[in-house]
Design a protein around this ligand. Structure first.
Ligand code: ARG
Length: 598
């Protein structure tokens, strides 16, 4: 170990990749003329012939009281491009258009890659900092629906992306294993519970009980009282209640695990809401003592999700007017029981105390946006400063229409996954490979398709399930990217020796398809950075799609194995190696596996 005297490793320098370097060169060039532009004002120009990078001077010109068009013309004639990645700069309508020097550009990208081929795009930006990410978090009493799929897939991807940026991640599955709904289930179980049905399909059966409870409670409100009583007993550690509850949790968790195994998703920690049960009473007392909370009748019926609170109940609540929010956050019901929000605050405090995170991310659907605003405001009033970021996402829309657990209109995630694999199997049916390989391929392609369909679009949008689009071999889909990757691999396999060992000559990469491919590869590190800092995996997905398209064009137009010279062969193989590694890394960051062959 080469730790420093203080016993701590010296921080690693943050790697600066080619495109980022190019941006700062432009900033510095402009600075030599006494003007200021920001690196993010430098535009990466795609699908355009006049420039590789362009910088608008309108803002800078305004600040300097100059005319942007004249200014651009003046600058273009004065900038000295030697010792930069550029060969040319031109003025165009208030813009400066820069063109790369192709050889210097190619060398720089190849050098970026050579630093750590399997870690191309990594950063040390987050070193020494911890981020807690709360994702998946299904509810025990309810089935794992496709709604939770989004949280699972987005959260898992963000976990990987942020780790790549150097952060220390704690991925925590905040299981919904506590709350009023368990009172309902305990009551339903006592009246109708059938062991053999429960054992056969735990979560489906619990859902049936739950639906039945709500139907019967409509005509027999006494059931609701009894359910409340059960939950109160549970919170008071009543043995009978706890025993049954524990079985609900164990059997459901085993089912969830099956889904996580299929999806290839893992967690660093799985602390359900029940884990915080003992911290709730002290939390409420503390909030009252500090004067942050008070005992009151809520003016409006309030609560979130399962937590219905009656108008006439005397509850403990945190008024949030000081944060500009009219609806108070309720911490405790009149019978002394806790709510989702109570457990939320206890959870945040635990995470802050145990992991000292830079921030906590909550990957939760946008139907909880208001709730997270309330929670954040309440946490602040309680003196906590750690940013808690709601990484929200839109609904999943299925042809079947809107889902409702209470009415039993639910699409089971496991069914969706099995269907994806079945459809993928149809695609690979005629492949010439052993059956077990085919089966594994169908799994990788089917699951990849589901994940990619979710991650390839902006997360705030709704996801509409479209099987054909999801599995299209020639579209913006996982199979298309996976296929591009296997093509890279098959070229390298045919070439025989590991291309990485050979020395490429970047100066030879002058064919337009080669140049374009390099451009796409060069964009990858910034995409990873943007995906991590904005919590937007689709930035990576979009890059990979374009990379695959460029590769396809390169594949059709540029001979690799039949290249004219050994130097060219080695160099092109290297380009293929870079493409393959970038696709593999990028797909890994999305949580998507790559098959050996397709
Ligand atoms: N179990 C909750 C639900 O399904 C999601 C929990 C998300 N995480 C959190 N810390 N609130 O609605």
């Amino acid at each position: 170990m080469n730790d420093s005297a203080a016993g701590l490793a010296d921080p690693l320098p943050v790697p600066v990749y080619t495109l980022t370097k190019a941006r700062s060169q432009i900033v510095r060039l402009v600075e030599t003329q006494g003007l200021k532009v920001r690196p993010d004002e430098v535009r990466d120009v795609e699908a355009e012939v006049h420039a590789d990078l362009a910088v608008p001077l309108f803002r800078a010109a305004k600040d300097a009281g100059a005319d942007p068009v004249a200014l651009a013309r003046e600058l273009a004639s004065k900038l000295d491009l030697s010792h930069t990645l550029f060969r040319q700069v031109e003025a165009a309508q208030g813009y400066l258009n820069f063109r790369f020097n192709p050889v210097r550009f190619a060398r720089s990208v190849v050098r970026d890659f050579q630093i750590e081929p399997e870690g191309y795009g990594k950063s040390t930006l987050g070193q020494g900092k911890t981020i807690v990410i709360d994702y998946s978090s299904p509810n025990i009493a309810k089935p794992f629906s496709v709604g939770h799929l989004r949280s699972t897939v987005i959260g898992h991807s963000l976990h990987r992306i942020l780790s790549w940026l150097g952060y220390f991640l704690v991925g925590d599955n905040h299981l919904g294993d506590w709350g009023t709904q368990f009172g309902k289930l305990l009551e339903a179980w006592e009246i109708w519970g059938r062991e053999e049905l429960f054992k056969e399909h735990p979560t489906r059966y619990l859902l049936d009980l739950y639906v039945r409870f709500h139907e019967e409670a409509k005509v027999n409100p006494a059931l609701d009282d009894r359910a409340r009583d059960w939950f109160r007993r549970l919170e008071n550690k009543d043995q009978a209640a706890t025993r049954v509850w524990r079985r609900f949790v164990e059997l459901s968790s085993a089912e969830f695990q099956r889904i996580y195994d299929l999806l290839g998703v893992e967690f660093d920690s799985t602390l359900g809401e029940s884990f915080y049960a003992d911290r709730l009473e002290p939390l409420v007392r503390h909030a009252l003592d500090r004067g942050v909370a008070k005992r009151e009748h809520p003016l409006e019926p309030a609560g979130n999700g399962e937590d219905d609170v009656a108008r006439d109940e005397r509850v403990v609540l945190i008024p949030l007017d000081s944060a500009g929010i009219d609806t108070p956050l309720i911490l405790q019901k009149s019978d002394g029981t806790s709510l989702y929000a109570t457990r939320e605050i206890a959870t945040a405090e635990y995470r802050i105390e145990n992991w000292n995170p830079e921030q906590i991310l909550y990957v939760v659907g946008n139907e909880q946006t208001f709730y997270f605003r309330q929670f954040n405001a309440a946490l602040r009033l309680l003196g906590r400063r750690t940013p808690c970021v709601h990484v929200s996402f839109g609904l999943v829309r299925l042809p079947e229409g809107r889902m409702s657990t209470r009415e039993g209109r639910v699409v089971f995630l496991e069914d969706v996954i099995i269907e994806a694999i079945r459809r993928a199997r149809r695609i690979v049916e005629d492949r010439d490979m052993p059956d077990d390989e085919k089966e594994e391929l169908a799994r990788i392609v089917g699951i990849g398709a589901i994940k990619y369909a979710d991650l390839s679009q902006s997360r705030v949008k709704e996801v509409v399930f479209d099987w054909d689009k999801m599995l299209a071999l020639d579209g913006d889909s996982a199979p298309y990217l996976q296929y591009a990757h296997t093509r890279c691999r098959s070229i390298l396999n045919k070439a025989g020796k590991p291309a990485l060992k050979s020395r490429p000559d970047p100066g030879l990469l002058i064919h337009p398809d080669e140049v374009e491919l390099l451009r796409q590869i060069a964009r990858f590190p910034e995409a990873v950075l943007a995906a991590g800092t904005n919590h937007e995996p689709h930035r990576i997905a979009g890059r990979l799609y374009k990379l695959s398209q460029s590769f396809s064009s390169f594949y059709n137009n540029v001979p690799v194995l039949k290249a004219d010279s050994q130097d060219l062969l080695r160099t092109r193989l290297y380009l293929v190696e870079m493409t393959g590694a970038t696709l593999r890394n990028g797909l890994w960051l999305l949580g998507i596996e790559v098959p050996d062959r397709m």
